[in-house]
Design a binder for this molecule. Structure first.
Ligand code: MF3
Ligand code: CO
Ligand code: CO
Length: 249
């Protein structure tokens, strides 16, 4: 179980993580064709505020909103706007809560009405890739083992792993060391240790892995305009495995 030394950090991250996860559950309730991403952002802002926490993305390096909403070929960091969701869209909503000095960061995919079989498969594979990685995390494995677990599964399904963005250490700081790459070789990279807290957040493309950033300075899209999916959990490493701090529906 959890070593006393890490208990406080784990408990605080879980409190922040539960708030972020709770915001996703609220957002899920209103997702349907005709809703704007600004409406999702408002739910996020209000839920976090009601829980006496702050949204970490809001004003982070000039980011203007409380969450990221990344639709279809948007890989990550989509900015909520008056853009309207339509039947068949897939989107990632990424929420980070800051509570009592600690962060919890999580994202998941939502479907707007019925989506294509190809989109379903991309979402399923991305979720499985994240969970495969989470399931091997424990004290003593290498960071490369995480990347390898994700890349192997994703490429076997014919998709590609985004290389321009990665998971990250998190705690009293939103983004800290180590960088958690979602591709790589088993047995390479830093060894992970009991007590470490970081995110695993693979971004997976239907086509090629390359991305580009739009003129707004934030929105990252697939270069080839194919769909992209992402899931993210914040986890804490234990001797035997890891604890997920951001469980939602
Ligand atoms: N939540 C994102 C992550 O997983 C970071 C968003 S930063 C923002 O690391 F400024 F774009 F919101
Ligand atoms: Co993150
Ligand atoms: Co995030």
């Amino acid at each position: 179980m959890i070593n006393e030394k890490f208990k406080e950090a784990f408990e605080k991250t879980k409190i922040a993580g539960n708030i972020a996860a709770g915001a996703l559950n609220q957002i899920e309730k209103i997702i349907k064709p005709g809703v704007s991403t600004n409406e999702l952002d408002k739910i996020c802002y209000e839920y976090i505020n009601d829980h006496k926490a702050y949204s970490a993305p809001l004003y982070y390096r000039g980011f203007p909103k409380s969450c990221c909403t990344s639709i279809n070929h948007v890989v990550c960091h989509g900015i909520p706007s008056e853009k309207i969701l339509k039947e068949g869209d897939i989107l990632n909503v990424d929420v980070t809560a800051f509570k009592n000095g600690w962060h919890g960061d999580t994202s998941r995919m939502f479907k707007v009405g019925e989506v294509s079989i190809k989109a379903e498969k991309l979402i399923k594979t991305t979720y499985e890739a994240m969970m495969n990685a989470i399931n091997i995390v424990k004290d003593g494995i290498h960071l490369g083992d995480i990347g390898s677990a994700i890349q192997t599964h994703v490429e076997a399904e014919g998709f590609s792993v985004v290389q321009d963005f990665c998971g990250h250490g998190i705690g009293e700081t939103f983004h800290k060391e180590p960088n958690v790459l979602h591709y790589g070789e088993k047995g390479t990279g830093e060894k992970i240790k009991e007590g470490m807290i970081f995110t695993i957040e693979p971004m997976i493309n239907q086509g090629k892995y390359e991305t580009k950033t739009l003129k707004d300075g934030w929105t990252a899209v697939t270069k080839d305009k194919t769909l992209s999916a992402q899931f993210e959990h914040t986890i804490g490493v234990t001797k035997e495995g890891c604890e997920i701090f951001t469980k939602s529906n």
